[in-house]
Design a protein around this ligand. Structure first.
Ligand code: ZN
Length: 128
C-alpha cells in the first residue's frame, strides 16, 4: 500500500492529541519544549489511504527542542488487532514534524491507538 497524503489545515483531533501528549510526557531531552510546541500545533497534511499519519506545523516563536534526537520516539500496540506502530519525528530544526501511526501489515488503521494501549520506547539521542 502506498502512502498518499492530502493537504489540510485543522487542529489536532482529541485522540491524536492524547497520543502526542503521551509521547511528549516521556522523559527524553527536549520533551518540555515539544510539549509547549504541541499547544500551538496544526495538522497540515494527513494520510489519504488509511493510515493515521499526520504532518504537524507549530508556532516557530516557541523554543526549538535542539537536543531532541533525530531518531523518532516510538511506541507500539500489540493485541489481537495486530501490531501497530507510532513514530514521532522531530525535525532537524527541533520542531515537531510527523506523527506516524500505522499497522505493520499496512492495513488501514481503524482503531486509533489510545495511550494506555501503547508501550513506548524512548530512544537515546543521536546528537551529542
Ligand atoms: Zn498512509
Amino acid at each position: 500500500m502506498s502512502h498518499e497524503t492530502r493537504l489540510i489545515d485543522r487542529p489536532l483531533r482529541v485522540e491524536e492529541a492524547a497520543v502526542l501528549r503521551f509521547l511528549l510526557t516521556q522523559d527524553f531531552p527536549g520533551h518540555q519544549q515539544l510539549l509547549v510546541q504541541m499547544s500551538t500545533a496544526r495538522v497540515t497534511s494527513e494520510c489519504a489511504d488509511g493510515c493515521g499519519t499526520i504532518d504537524l506545523e507549530v508556532d516557530r516563536a516557541c523554543a526549538a527542542a535542539k537536543e531532541a534526537g533525530l531518531v523518532p520516539i516510538e511506541a507500539s500496540r500489540h493485541d489481537s488487532r495486530g501490531p501497530l506502530d507510532v513514530l514521532l519525528h522531530v525535525g532537524e530544526d527541533g520542531y515537531l514534524g510527523t506523527l506516524e501511526v500505522l499497522n505493520l501489515d499496512s492495513s488501514p488503521v481503524r482503531d486509533y491507538p489510545k495511550p494506555e494501549e501503547l508501550t513506548v520506547f524512548v530512544r537515546p539521542t543521536e546528537r551529542d
